[in-house]
Each structure stands twice: as C-alpha cells, then as structure tokens.
Design a protein around this ligand. Structure first.
Ligand SMILES: Cc1cc2nc3c(=O)[nH]c(=O)nc-3n(C[C@H](O)[C@H](O)[C@H](O)COP(=O)(O)OP(=O)(O)OC[C@H]3O[C@@H](n4cnc5c(N)ncnc54)[C@H](O)[C@@H]3O)c2cc1C
Ligand SMILES: NC(=O)C1=CN([C@@H]2O[C@H](COP(=O)(O)OP(=O)(O)OC[C@H]3O[C@@H](n4cnc5c(N)ncnc54)[C@H](OP(=O)(O)O)[C@@H]3O)[C@@H](O)[C@H]2O)C=CC1
Length: 472
C-alpha cells in the first residue's frame, strides 16, 4: 500500500501536533499527513500569557481522528526513511512519499542501567508506564526513586502508603530546576504544611491526564505525560499506616549495585556516597527518573547527524543534515549558535515552539520564501508547578554557562515566595520566581533590555519597593 503527501509529520506529541497545526495555518490547501504510533494525540489549549513571551497552557489529549479536516492522520509506526527518494516505510509496510518530512518522535526514559531492560528498574514516560507503576506499587512497601529532576520531584512527595527512598547525586533536591535555597524553601513548606495537614493553596487550573484515557488497544507508546499526571492515578503502596510520609533523602549518592533477593523479597541496593562510603537498603523496585534519550529507533538510508546526547541535530530552521528532513521537540538537539538568554531543555514549551517553528519553516521552504527564527528562542522561559507552588524560570536561572562570574540576590518569605535574581555585571541574566510573585514580565523585560541594575543595589528586591512600577 502506498500514499503520498506534501508534508509528512511523524509523532502525535506536542511537537508533532504543533508542527502539523502550524502547517495547516500556513499552507491550508497542502496535503498534510500526521503519522503517529498512538491514537491519542496531544495539543496545546488555553494558552495564557504570563509575560510577553512566556505562556502557560494546558495540554489536551484527543483522539487522532479529531485532528480536523486539513490534517490527515495515520496510526502506524515509522520504520525506515529513504531521504534521497523522499519516502518512508511504516512497520505495517505502508510506503508514504513526501516532499517535506518532520521527525517529532519524542524521547524515551534514559535509565541509569542503560537501555537494558532490568526487572528492578523502569522509567515513566506515557500512560502505559504509569499504569505499570501503579500495578507494581500496589504490592510495594519500599520504593527507590533515583534522579533529581522533574519526575523525581513530583513522585517523591506524591506516592502514598509507601516508604520512599529518594536518591539524588546532588547536595539538594530538584537540582535540575532550582538552587539549594529554593530546595530548602520547598522542603520547609512541605514538612510544615504537611504537618498542618493542608497543602499550599495554589490553583493553576490545568487539564489532568487521563481525562481522556487511551483505549486499551491503542495505549502503547503514547506521547509524554505532563503536568498533574500523578493526580489522575491512584499511586498508593502497600505499606499501610500514615497516608503520606516524607521521603527519606540520600544526598550525594548513586546506585552502586543491585541484587535480586530470593522469594520475590525485592532488591538489595548498594548506594555509594560522594565520599566513597557505601550504604545498603532494600526496596521493591526502582523508578529511574534519570532523564530522557531521544527516540530515533528507525532506520535511514543516509546517516542522520546526532549530537552526543543522541538528539537529531537541527539548525535554527529545524532542518536536519538530510535534505527536506526536519526535526522538532524532545527528539532533536538545537545546533545553532545559542542566543544569550536561551538554552535547550526537553520541556513542553520548547516542544511546542520547535514544532511550530518547523511547520513555518517547511511551509516557507515549499513556497520559496524566507522566514526568520521565532523570537521565543531569544529567552528561556518555563512555567510549571513544583511541590504545589507556581514556578517561573527565566533566562540562565541557575547561572547556567555563566561560570563563576555572577551574583545572586534572593528574597524569601517562608511558605509564600522565593525570588532569586542572577546578576552578571549588574545586568539581570536569569530569575527563579516561586509563588505568586507577579514579577515574570518585569524580569523578562529586565533580562531582554539588559538594563544596568547596579545603581539600585539590593533595593531591586526590597519588598517595600514595587519594582514592577519602577521598570514597566
Ligand atoms: C512524567 C512527565 C511529566 C512531564 N511534565 C512536564 C511539565 O510539567 N512541563 C513541561 O514543560 N514538560 C513536562 N514533561 C516533558 C514534556 O512532556 C516533553 O518535553 C514533551 O511532551 C515532548 O514532546 P514531543 O512531542 O517532542 O515528544 P512526545 O510527547 O514523546 O511525543 C512523541 C510522539 O511520537 C510518537 N512516536 C514515537 N516514535 C514513533 C514512530 N517510530 N512512529 C510513529 N510515531 C512515533 C509517539 O507515539 C508520540 O506520539 C514531562 C514529561 C514526563 C515524562
Ligand atoms: N514540572 C516539569 O517541568 C517537569 C518536567 N519533566 C520533564 O520530563 C523529562 C523527564 O524527566 P526526568 O526523568 O525527571 O528528567 P530530568 O532531566 O528532569 O532529570 C534527570 C535527573 O536525573 C539525574 N541523573 C541522570 N543520570 C543519573 C544517574 N545515572 N544516576 C543518578 N542520577 C542521574 C540528572 O542529573 P544531571 O542533570 O546532573 O545529569 C537529573 O537530576 C525531562 O525532560 C523533564 O524536564 C518531568 C516532570 C515534570
């Protein structure tokens, strides 16, 4: 069987859907085909500006058949690309000729034990993997969570009726997103508010995953989960007792070895601490929340250039090294001269921005027009929720790539807000805003305009001075 289209987009995650939607806007009469493994696709909805270039949005799950009249869809799996002759073949043997191809095949969990299937460890990516976690949890008393990023930070405090052993290689929690000060702010808030038996009151309304649960037969290899996914699933263990316990955190530690115990008694895990000492614990299983590897499990007639992290290298127009082949989202690695305030992180926002950029870029190429890179790639911005608090991360919020040559200014009000400014030569280079600070737009302006803040000294974060009025 064979098909033909002008634009072929692979992947029904945020990147693929944003790419197809942007093509449908730019080239409404062209034939656009979205090929995806799972019949549930994700798209952005309720886009709300938090600042001029920073948005928060919900992610909607819908059946691929609801994609609209302009975008054709096919549920199947990409198997092989023939870039010279401009066709691909799917696992089911369908050959699709294309003029332009965009690869948005996302990522897979990067396990600490490599990609080898290990019965004691698994990662979380899609609905399937959470259902697996749920089943394992039902009989578990002790769970080890390895990693210090988004998933570990969410899971460590969300599991109920189970002893959580959280192993992090840093000296503080949630190191991917925050600094030690903010980590302490979260931990204090968590223990104090848990003790009062109330959660921090923050209501960012977002769609919860599973509101549209994939049908059993189409459930495999779906797109990545996202905000609030853990609230949709009952994640309770079998330890009984107190409903929620604080996790036991092992700082500056790594897994040294694992050993399966007889009679399904779980695993004996040896941790190695930074000082070389070892510690032993027993757990039922390990959640390896140790990052993402780009998903490029398909063959190609010519070599796709990959970066060290396995991502498909793309230029500022989202073009790969192969003619008329583009890539976007978690599967790609940005390979253009980075703007002063932007860097890549595998996040929803960037999957959406890259997908849209790829769509615009392919549409322009098809009409012989020139487009320029979107302004969103000038400034890193991430809006999320951690430990119940709204979090905005801007620019080089943790001093990324600034070496030692920067200062930080912090304002913290216990259980309410944590504000950190990263300043270099008097200019704001990044910010962490936790709580309802209303400072996102001001910080965005200060970073982009590069205003010299030296004359204001520490007053810049003086609670009695309204810096919003000062600079807006
Ligand atoms: C548990 C979890 C929580 C997260 N929370 C947040 C958050 O709060 N905020 C945030 O910004 N980011 C979050 N992320 C990250 C975010 O979800 C991803 O960065 C984003 O979804 C990536 O989108 P994508 O379209 O590139 O990839 P994916 O969402 O992985 O989509 C890839 C698509 O490609 C399809 N596919 C793969 N291979 C093939 C093939 N060979 N043939 C056909 N189709 C194929 C898949 O079925 C899927 O539809 C979270 C991730 C996880 C796992
Ligand atoms: N709220 C949000 O925005 C959320 C975002 N996500 C996103 O989903 C994706 C997957 O999340 P996640 O798996 O948490 O990935 P992250 O990239 O967020 O975090 C991975 C963590 O694991 C650490 N790590 C890597 N390898 C090892 C190892 N062998 N042993 C111990 N620690 C290790 C990393 O340290 P180091 O960085 O030093 O290598 C890092 O702290 C990410 O793109 C993440 O950004 C997920 C959940 C929530």
């Amino acid at each position: 069987m064979s098909r033909e289209c002008e634009f072929l987009v692979i992947g029904g995650g945020i990147a693929g859907v944003s790419c197809a939607e942007s093509l449908a806007i730019c080239r409404p009469t062209a034939s656009i085909l979205l090929l995806t493994e799972s019949s549930i696709v994700k798209s952005v909805t309720n886009l709300v500006p938090v600042a001029r270039y920073l948005h928060k949005f919900d992610v909607r799950e819908r059946d691929v058949s609801e994609m609209g009249a302009i975008i054709e869809t096919l549920v199947d799996q990409l198997d092989h690309i023939n870039s010279k002759e401009h066709w691909i073949r799917t696992i089911k043997g369908v050959v699709i000729k294309y003029r332009y191809l965009c690869l948005c095949t996302g990522g897979v969990p990067k396990l600490f034990c490599g990609q080898v299937l290990d019965p004691c460890a698994f990662g979380i990516r899609d609905t399937d993997s959470v259902l697996y976690l749920q089943r394992k949890l039902a009989a578990a008393k002790d769970v080890l969570i390895l990693g210090n990023g988004g998933i570990a930070s969410e899971l460590a405090y969300e599991l109920k009726d189970v002893n959580v052993h959280w192993v992090v290689k840093d000296a503080h929690i949630s190191a991917t997103f925050v600094d030690p000060g903010a980590a302490e702010f979260f931990q204090l808030a968590r223990s104090e508010l848990d003790a009062q038996d109330s959660s921090p009151v923050t209501a960012i309304k977002r769609m919860r995953y599973g509101e549209v649960l994939p049908k059993e037969q189409t459930n495999k290899h779906g797109a990545a989960l996202g905000p609030d996914w853990h609230r949709t699933f009952e994640l309770s263990g079998a330890a009984g007792g107190a409903d929620k316990r604080l996790p036991k955190i092992y700082y500056k530690s790594r897994i040294y070895s694992t050993l399966e115990l007889p009679d399904e008694a779980g695993y004996e895990v040896q941790l190695q601490h930074e000082d070389g000492s070892k510690e032993q614990l027993t757990c039922d299983f390990i959640v390896s929340a140790t990052g993402v590897s780009p998903n490029t499990f398909y063959s190609c007639d010519s070599k796709l250039k990959l970066s060290e992290d396995g991502g498909i290298l793309v230029d500022e127009m989202m073009r790969t090294n192969l003619e008329d082949v583009y890539a976007a989202g978690d599967v790609c690695t940005a390979n253009w001269p980075a703007a002063m305030h932007w860097f890549q992180m595998r996040l929803w926002t960037q999957a959406r921005q890259m997908g849209s950029m790829a769509g615009r870029s392919m549409a322009a190429a098809s009409e012989g027009e020139t487009v320029y890179q979107d302004f969103c790639f000038e400034l890193f911005g991430h809006v999320t929720k951690l430990f119940g608090y709204p979090v905005v991360l801007l620019g080089r919020f943790n001093g990324q790539d600034l070496g030692q040559d920067y200062e930080i200014l912090v304002r913290c009000t216990r259980n309410k807000e944590y504000i950190k400014f990263v300043l270099q030569k008097g200019r704001l280079r990044g910010a962490i805003l936790i709580g309802d600070t209303d400072l996102a737009e001001t910080c965005e302006n200060l970073i982009l305009n590069g205003i010299d803040l030296e004359p204001y000294g520490d007053d810049i974060l003086n609670p009695d001075i309204d810096i919003e009025d000062y600079f807006d």
